[in-house]
Ligand binder design. Structure first.
Ligand code: F6P
Length: 320
């Protein structure tokens, strides 16, 4: 394999740069040319977004959040005509292998290119951690820690004012981020799209806490589970307590990647190059236990990562 390209696609995630760095350094160690494609798949449709990489190109990026080769959500890749043009462009540039770092939507584009003759391996990169087949995706660990920092700060002011705080976190249509941050942050309640919740039950738990002289409560709400402003009004009306809402938003997407995400990105980036080098394609690097394994792209498409209901029950059990 003489030339490999790498791109980052979809929502950015801390750790993507560690993966890009590993792809470049591992590829160059095999005397393979490495090109970075800027702005995700959109770079395949523009003239000046192919960047020749050398060892120094990825110096000093492992600690940086975001992605140095930028990202986007390219509409062209949703249509067969665009997919064909993208494959032709890669072939015309002499690219024989492609590493795509992103979420399920990015995997879908990668499969389309693979079916058009471009050997492709993906790396899961999304703070939502909703990709079926891997225990973790790049960015998840860093985003959970970012949310925990916010929960800690909210606890201070919630305690001072004896308030209930309702915190909205990201996750699109899933609750993995909310669950991990809720359990690790000791939240009194966690609302996720995967589990039916009952406001009356939440209010009862809050009232029990007030009766036990709890000075404050934190409710973590996944953005896909409910409208936090509606929840806030209903709780305030129901239990006559002081409440406030915080929507964390895109803060969760930034920040220097945690050690976990830097290690994961480095291991998956190197593994992706090894797979291409072995002539493999149509796969993604997945974390299983402490191993990085290869899963067929189809494993992730159209299926959401199973929600750990037992962990959810434990969260509520421990948050008495
Ligand atoms: O998929 C990652 C994610 O951060 C989701 O959690 C969130 O709903 C979405 O991206 C936001 O998308 P955008 O960055 O396009 O506003």
């Amino acid at each position: 394999m003489r030339k490999v390209a790498v791109l980052t696609s979809g929502g950015d995630a801390p750790g993507m740069n560690a993966a890009v760095r590993a792809v470049v350094r591992k590829g160059l160690s095999k005397h393979c040319k490495i090109v970075g494609i800027r702005r995700g798949y959109a770079g395949l449709f523009s003239d000046d977004d192919f960047i020749d990489f050398h060892l120094g190109s990825v110096a000093g990026i492992i600690h940086r959040g975001g992605t140095v080769i930028l990202t986007s959500r390219a509409e062209e890749m949703y249509e067969p005509e665009g997919q064909a043009r993208a494959a032709e462009r890669l072939a015309s540039e002499g690219v024989e292998g492609l590493v795509v770092i992103g979420g399920e939507g990015s995997f879908r584009g990668a499969l389309a290119l693979e079916q058009r003759g471009i050997k492709t391996v993906c790396i899961p990169g999304t703070i939502d951690n909703d990709i079926n087949g891997t225990e973790s995706a790049l960015g998840f660990d860093t985003a959970v820690n970012t949310i925990l920092d916010a929960v800690n700060r909210l606890r201070d002011t919630a305690t001072s004012h004896e308030r209930i705080f309702i915190l909205e976190v990201m996750g699109r249509h899933t609750g993995h981020l909310a669950l991990a941050a809720g359990l690790a942050g000791g939240a009194e309640s966690v609302l996720v799209p995967e589990i039916k919740w009952d406001l009356e039950h939440i209010c009862r738990r809050l009232l029990q806490g007030i009766e036990r002289q709890k000075t404050h409560s934190i409710i973590v709400v996944a953005e896909g589970a409910a409208n936090v402003f509606e929840i806030n009004k209903k709780i305030r009306d129901r239990i006559k307590a002081e409440t406030r809402v915080t929507v964390l938003g895109h803060i969760q997407r930034g920040g220097s990647p945690s050690a976990v995400d830097r290690l994961l990105g480095s291991r998956m980036g190197a593994a992706a190059v090894d797979l291409l080098w072995a002539g493999k394609s149509g796969l993604f690097t997945a974390l299983k236990g402490d191993q990085i394994v290869a899963e067929p792209l189809e494993t992730s498409l159209g299926k959401k990562r199973p929600f750990p209901e037992k962990l959810y029950e434990l969260t509520l059990e421990l948050a008495r």
